[in-house]
Design a protein around this ligand. Structure first.
Ligand code: ADP
Ligand code: MG
Length: 318
């Protein structure tokens, strides 16, 4: 067992007959910040509930910090700080008394509780609200209290389920910054259905859809892949009675994403394998009298790469 802090091995989860996780496997190394990315209903929360021993998998094996979630749930929980989709806050408690309570739940020795609570209050910027009733806090502060209870026992691993959902833009930036700063001390797994959220915070993403892992890559590499494609919007004027399909049939190294013809005008959205393939395409068509009226390079955004991954069928990888 190298420095993997989480290993999910062929994990499936059924709710009744419904398969929410389908033979999912991935591993996470100590010190990583990994995003579980997928549309609503993809199975992100389910995967997190299994890792945190909140509920058991139907089949497969999960280890956290070397402990099996079936055999050693107490050890697993000691190593995890968990912020569920709905933070487990007692709304009628003050921040201070809630965090003392959370410390006790996590079996922090009595004599260390005050200093740990003091530390997390400082760390998460809760000083000015520490005597307030949780119910009266803003959503952003509630989320900070949720993060505070997650780190109070110094877990190796933080599991944060959609930590910025429902926050306003200013609070989102604050929570994001806090998460990044916590990442120095903990391995972090967070989930989101928003690509930009994950790409801004995480080094690596695991993209899931309908309970299956469909891609896994570094954010950097995903971005490079998106930027390395050679797509063009092209407007052509064809000679009279020009058969575009027949004339380009021998040029295999491009694919059309869209083609609309209006009389002798042809609008194309074409994806070329290499820059040179565009040149071949251009030379061949101009030699036949086709006029290139407009050519606009078009780079897909990360968002579009994500959408094409999560909307097209049969694009599994391992
Ligand atoms: P995500 O967090 O990615 O939005 P979830 O893990 O919450 O997805 O849910 C995955 C799928 O499992 C969804 O279709 C959801 O409706 C279903 N599901 C989640 N929890 C339960 C449950 N307790 N009982 C039945 N179905 C559930
Ligand atoms: Mg969820």
């Amino acid at each position: 067992m190298t420095n993997n802090i989480v290993v999910m091995d062929n994990v499936s989860k059924y709710y009744g007959n419904f398969c929410a996780l389908n033979k999912m496997s991935f591993s996470i190394k100590e010190g990583e910040i990994v995003g579980l990315l997928g549309p609503n209903g993809a199975g992100k929360s389910t995967a997190m509930r299994i890792m945190t021993c909140f509920m058991p998998a139907t089949s497969g094996k999960v280890t956290v910090a070397g402990f099996d979630t079936f055999e050693n749930p107490d050890e697993v929980k000691r190593n995890i700080g968990y912020l569920p989709e709905t933070p487990p806050l007692y709304e009628n408690m003050t921040v201070l008394s809630y965090l003392k309570f959370a410390a006790a739940i996590h079996e922090i020795p009595q004599k260390e509780i005050a200093s740990r609570v003091g530390y997390v209050i400082e760390r998460l910027g809760l000083n000015e609200v520490k005597r307030k009733i949780i119910a009266n806090l803003s959503k952003g502060y509630k989320q900070r209290v949720g993060l505070a209870q997650a780190i109070i026992h110094k877990p190796k691993l933080l599991i944060l389920d959609e930590p910025t959902v429902g926050l306003d833009p200013k609070q989102i930036i604050e929570i994001r910054t806090l998460i990044k700063s916590l990442a120095g001390e903990h391995t972090v797994i967070l989930s989101s259905h928003i690509l930009s959220e994950v790409s801004m915070t995480c080094g690596r993403v695991i993209i899931i859809k309908e309970g299956m892992k469909i891609a896994e890559d570094t954010v950097l590499h995903l971005e490079q892949t998106a930027q390395s494609e050679h797509r063009y919007n092209i407007k052509l004027i064809l000679p009279k009675d020009f058969d575009f399909q027949a004339e380009t049939a021998s040029l295999a190294s491009f694919s059309l994403e869209n083609a609309v013809q209006e009389d002798r005008l042809l609008f194309l959205k074409a994806n070329f394998e290499n820059e040179g393939d565009y040149d071949i395409f251009f030379n061949k068509l101009t030699s036949k009298g086709v006029v290139f009226r407009e050519v606009t390079p078009y780079k897909p955004t990360l968002e579009e790469v994500f959408i094409s991954l999560t909307s097209s069928d049969g694009k599994e990888n391992d």
